[in-house]
Design a protein around this ligand. Structure first.
Ligand code: C2E
Ligand code: MG
Ligand code: MG
Ligand code: MG
Length: 288
């Protein structure tokens, strides 16, 4: 009896494994086809300076619209692309597309591009960045590379050299999702960051959890003393926006200001701001 049950469990487990392996295999096939067909696109989310209420930067976010699965979120397909060894070409496409778009925006607007840890480790990465800048004509100072702690914690000499070379070129460096990893202060000393992005898990707790608020205040203070800007991610309410402005966070990003937009809509928003500050303010400033 017990043996039979064990066999059944075993068989069930095998079947589940098969389904998982099959799903993964078909996901890989679809991804390979998508990469060949160029079925990816970027959406762009404005980042607003709290001092002026104006957009100062835009983050490029990768989207894959799958014929059957619909919009597949990057968090679920980027690890598979990495595993397939294809993050190099896809990451390079993101970089080139984002730089080309940013070169069409009003002057002064930076573009944030997310990097996979594996991308940073590839030889030739610096040349990819230089190529994207040259081809688009975008000044290096307007490109902001967003890296997470995990990309840097295990960093080898090649990664460090690449980051220093990019810094010397004038490219900006942001520490993404700050607070979710080890939040190692060592990293803040070891790398020339221009900006810390405070993870949305802290922002969500504003007005709810005093400890999260204390941590955000401390990060803002620490960054200011180090001469680094701060951006709060996932700002969804006027209350969060106002709290961050009051505590002198530098920038905010989130649905309260704008959802990620297709490039044409983003450009319309930026151009409206450039021609009429009042109009941009009405769109992007807190309602309170
Ligand atoms: P991230 O770099 O921290 O990007 C911010 C994420 O927060 C985005 O999710 C964005 O759509 C979402 N977000 C922005 N404002 C709000 C808000 O007010 N509320 C909520 N709930 N969410 C908000 P998305 O686009 O799904 O991207 C998830 C992650 O995937 C990114 O996190 C980044 O780590 C990664 N990713 C996105 N694009 C790329 C890419 O081109 N290359 C690489 N390597 N990773 C990427
Ligand atoms: Mg990011
Ligand atoms: Mg983030
Ligand atoms: Mg994130």
């Amino acid at each position: 009896e017990a043996k039979a049950a064990g066999r059944r469990t075993h068989r069930f487990f095998d079947a589940a494994m098969d389904t998982h392996v099959q799903m993964r295999r078909s996901l890989k096939q679809d991804l390979r086809a998508a990469i060949e067909a160029g079925a990816f696109n970027l959406v762009y989310q404005p980042i607003v300076a709290l001092e002026t209420g104006e957009p100062v930067a835009v983050e490029a976010l990768l989207r894959w619209s799958h014929p059957a699965r619909g919009n597949v979120p990057p968090a679920s397909f980027i690890p598979v692309v990495e595993e397939m060894g294809l993050i190099g070409p896809l990451g390079d496409w993101v970089l080139r597309t984002a730089c080309a778009a940013a070169a069409r925006w009003p002057r002064g607007i930076k573009v944030g591009v997310n990097l996979s840890p594996l991308q940073l480790r590839r030889s030739g990465f610096v040349l990819d960045v230089v190529g994207a800048l040259q081809q688009s004509g975008l000044p290096a100072e307007r490109l902001d590379l967003e890296v997470t702690e995990s990309a840097l914690l295990a960093s080898d000499i090649a990664t460090r050299t690449a980051i220093n070379e990019l810094h010397d070129l004038g490219v900006r460096l942001s520490l993404d999702d700050f607070g979710t990893g080890y939040s190692s202060l060592q990293l803040l000393r070891a790398f020339p960051f221009d900006k810390i992005k405070i993870d949305m898990s802290f922002v969500r707790d504003i007005g709810i959890d005093a400890d999260s608020e204390a941590i955000i205040r401390a990060v803002i203070r620490l960054a200011r003393d180090l001469g680094i800007r701060t951006a709060a991610e996932g700002v969804e309410t006027a209350a969060q926006y106002d709290w961050l402005a009051h505590h002198r966070c530098s920038e905010v990003q989130g649905f309260h200001c704008s959802r990620p937009l297709v490039e044409a809509d983003l450009r319309a928003l930026l151009e409206r701001g450039a021609s009429s500050e009042v109009a941009a303010g009405a769109d992007l400033r807190s309602s309170s």
